[in-house]
Ligand binder design. Structure first.
Ligand SMILES: [Zn+2]
Length: 801
């Protein structure tokens, strides 16, 4: 019998503005650790399983795998000593690659305080998230620290996040704390609802950390980033960061410095403790599927329980789902770099394969995760999982449910501290997209100027192929183009739609004239906006209409060898296809690409475009790629340290097509621009692949934005990039106002602290320039924010002393 002791902790002692938060309690059993509770030895193992029969042999030997990374003809897993015994019995070849997990864990570098501060500064710079999500358990927050954070989020942003509420007690009496995030957080609103939960497996703290980071991203970017603003206004998001609180607290008690490998619940079963909560969901026929996919043996790490929902935590989740109207749910795990979709139990396609594909194709744009059902990603079936029940149970409306697996097998269950923020950031776009697409969400499928450059006096058009990528109709949609340059005329082009049905796709052409007085070799900015609900911006994109040929900083038609590029995984030149004969680049110069491959072609030397405000990348492409595999075009402004995808391809495009991509905002006049072409493939079906030809980078100068033709009153608000940038110690900030009003221009440091208010007064309409003197400030990233009427814009600058 276990004697649980209850600890009352008053951990939250904020008293702000007279509001005092009450304490909370949690229960653990650390005082009663038995010998059997001590952690087994875990090892990293390479398993040479490539066919379904290999995985069946492993399962028949009593090992139900979960969380592997598929690489070439093997998978990588972290297994306990008893699991390795089972693997041995299966006869499938394997190799131990790291013998002792805890020894390995303890040998890894720990971040110093200055290193953490620097990482948070980069987070402020790149994501405008200034809050820390680090904790004291090997860099991860403990259960109490998560609760503390939820309380402090509410204190700081009472208009955007609810007070925490419990969706039920765990077996040991801990609470499954949950928050509602929207700009009307104190009660349900009837908006499309999405649920994010994490730590259903107790040894996966990165799953929780990325959810906490995403909450901060939303809170801090409200009224700054159009996506964050739209989501908070028109969606209702729920987060349950610690699903399996008992298991997580158990890891805290056995391994207070992190690295605990307890996975399952803490409810006793005959001969052991715990069930796998992600094998304990119904319906019965899924949970009990004859093809396997969970263990029936108490003591196994994939023990399914004695009946579906016989664990109180899954019961709580069931009741919560049945009491709400979720349209989407993401059950976050680590690791493997996957987005896994139903069905898990039989491996069959759902009737909504097309919807899942529509979601995942865009969600993986920035992290290049592999997508598919469990059979196509990890290689085996799983039964009794969250996704299958959320998606298909009849007790609630169908939910688009997926399992993201964050990180690689090298990151493992407790990624090194230096990986915490990069991994948290790697899912931000996925979460944004998932939140948007569970309601009405109109976005471009493609935007293309009819020419790559123009001559003065010429007219042109921007063709927007757009689609409602969301699950429900989008209402009162406007697609509009506005000029931000005195040399380009856009005459009243706004397309309006009362309603656009889910997955309806169409295109419009937005016409413009380049005025005859336009200067050569300049980029003329226009602003594309898609609004929903009349005025709320759901997509915003600046595009430069380029005049003249500019300056070419890269031109490669694949005819002069491969010296410009570094290849991994088999890229090269081929004569089997080309736009400009005889040669093009391909990731598989002869024949098809392989399964479970990542192949890259990266610019060997960075390009310096610091003299140019405007950068345009163009190339010709043709492709034949299985729909669940993906090719991406990416750019980096820091010599390949971070990459942003600008385009992805899957399916067939068998005629050559030119792409002209305005990468100005991503490149940011970098001295270290790199471009990379990458393909990522899953476990099934290979094809001919992608061909690239005539790659070009062209650069242009900027011109003053948005002043009307008579040169006096600007047409729109604008905040320009400061110059010079980087600077020391003085820089100039230019902005324009289309109408008179109160203006505030504020300088912040990377942690969001105001360092100076430059302007704080009423001003007439016009173009203005102010100097900012940073003589008494330290080297680093700073932000400047312009506010006037409804207009807000924020830009960053770099002080280097
Ligand atoms: Zn998991």
């Amino acid at each position: 019998m276990q004697l649980n002791r209850t600890i009352f902790l008053v951990l939250v002692t904020f008293i702000i503005g007279g509001i005092s938060l009450v304490g909370y309690k949690f229960t653990d059993n650390s005082a009663n650790l038995q010998k059997t509770d001590l952690q087994e030895k875990y090892s990293q193992v390479k398993i040479f399983a490539s066919s379904e029969s290999d995985f069946h042999a492993i399962e028949n030997a009593g090992l139900d795998l979960d969380h592997v990374e598929s690489i070439d003809n093997y998978v990588v897993a972290w297994l306990s000593a008893s699991e390795i015994d089972a693997l041995k019995r299966s006869g499938v070849a394997y190799q131990v690659t790291v013998d002792d997990w805890m020894q390995y864990y303890n040998s890894r570098p720990v971040m110093s305080e200055p290193e953490r501060r620097l990482a948070i500064q980069q987070s402020a710079n790149d994501f405008n998230v200034t809050h820390s999500v680090y904790g004291s358990m090997g860099g991860y927050m403990t259960y109490a620290q998560v609760v503390n954070k939820l309380d402090s989020m509410r204190l700081e942003y009472p208009g955007l996040i609810s007070s925490k509420f419990s969706i039920g007690s765990t077996h040991l009496g801990n609470q499954m704390w949950t928050v509602r995030v929207s700009n009307s957080p104190d009660a349900p609103t009837g908006r499309p609802e999405v649920w994010f939960h994490s730590l259903i497996h107790a040894r996966e703290p990165m799953s929780m950390t990325q959810n906490m980071y995403f909450i901060y991203w939303l809170l801090e970017n409200y009224n700054i980033d159009p996506y964050a603003t739209y989501i908070l206004r028109y969606r209702e998001l729920y987060f349950t960061p610690v699903f399996n609180a008992d298991g997580y607290l158990h890891n805290e008690s056995t391994n207070p410095g992190g690295g605990g490998m307890w996975r399952i619940s803490r409810k006793p079963c005959t001969g052991g403790t715990g069930a796998d909560l992600n094998r304990n969901y119904g319906p019965y026929e899924f949970w009990n599927w004859a093809g396997g996919g969970s263990s029936t043996v108490c003591g196994s790490e994939t023990f399914r329980g004695n009946l579906p929902f016989d664990q109180v935590e899954t019961q709580n989740a069931m009741n919560f789902v049945n009491s709400r109207n979720f349209k989407g749910a993401l059950s976050y795990h680590t690791f493997g770099n996957y987005f896994i979709r139903p069905y898990g139990y039989s491996g069959a396609l759902t009737p909504d394969e097309n919807i899942f594909q529509n979601f995942s194709a865009d969600m993986i744009l920035q992290n290049q995760y592999t997508v598919g059902r469990s059979l196509q990603t990890v290689g085996y079936t799983v039964r009794g999982t969250t996704d299958d029940w959320y998606y298909s149970d009849s007790g609630h409306a169908k939910i688009i449910a997926m399992t993201p697996e964050v990180g690689t097998s090298t990151d493992g269950f407790w990624p090194p501290q230096s990986r915490i923020l990069p991994l948290a950031q790697s899912t931000v776009w996925s979460n944004i997209y998932f939140s948007l697409a569970n309601g009405g969400y109109v976005a471009p499928v493609n935007t293309a100027l009819n020419k790559s450059s123009y001559v003065p006096g010429e007219s042109g058009n921007l063709k927007i192929s757009f689609k409602n990528k969301g699950l429900i109709p989008a209402n009162n949609v406007k697609i509009e183009l506005t000029s931000q340059s005195p040399y380009i005329n856009v005459s009243g082009v706004t397309f309006s739609y009362n309603s656009i049905a889910s997955y309806y796709q169409d295109s419009v052409s937005l016409n413009f004239n380049v005025l005859s007085g336009a200067p050569l070799n300049k980029g003329l900015p226009v602003l594309l906006r898609i609004k929903q609900n009349d005025t709320s911006i759901v997509h915003q994109q600046r595009i430069y209409v380029c005049v003249g040929n500019g300056t070419t900083t890269l031109s490669d038609s694949a005819e002069n060898g491969t010296g410009n590029w570094t290849f991994t995984g088999g890229w090269g030149t081929t004569t089997s296809q080309s736009f400009s004969p005889p040669t093009s680049f391909s990731e598989s110069p002869t024949g098809n690409y392989g399964n479970t491959q990542t192949r890259t072609m990266t610019l060997a030397n960075p390009i310096n475009v610091s003299a140019f405000p405007v950068t345009v990348l163009s190339y010709y492409v043709r492709h034949d790629i299985e729909p669940l595999d993906n090719a991406y075009i990416q750019v980096s402004s820091n010599n390949g340290t971070n990459w942003t995808s600008v385009k992805y391809y899957y399916g067939q495009q068998l005629s050559w097509k030119q792409e002209v991509l305005d990468i100005t905002d991503l490149v940011n006049s970098s001295a270290q621009l790199k471009v990379r072409f990458i393909i990522v493939t899953n476990r099934s079906v290979a094809a001919d692949g992608i061909f690239i030809d005539n790659i070009k980078i062209q650069n242009y100068q900027d011109v003053l934005t948005g002043v009307s033709n008579n040169g006096e009153i600007p047409l729109s608000f604008a905040l320009e990039q400061n110059y010079p940038n980087p600077f020391n110690p003085v820089t100039k900030i230019k902005y324009q106002l289309p109408k008179a009003g109160y203006v505030k221009l504020t300088i912040f440091d990377a942690l969001g602290k105001v360092v100076q208010v430059l302007v704080n007064e009423n001003k007439p309409a016009g173009v203005f320039e102010d100097s900012f003197d940073a003589s008494n400030l330290a080297t680093g990233v700073y932000f400047y924010k312009l506010e006037s009427g409804d207009f807000t814009d924020i830009k960053k600058m770099m002080l280097i002393k």
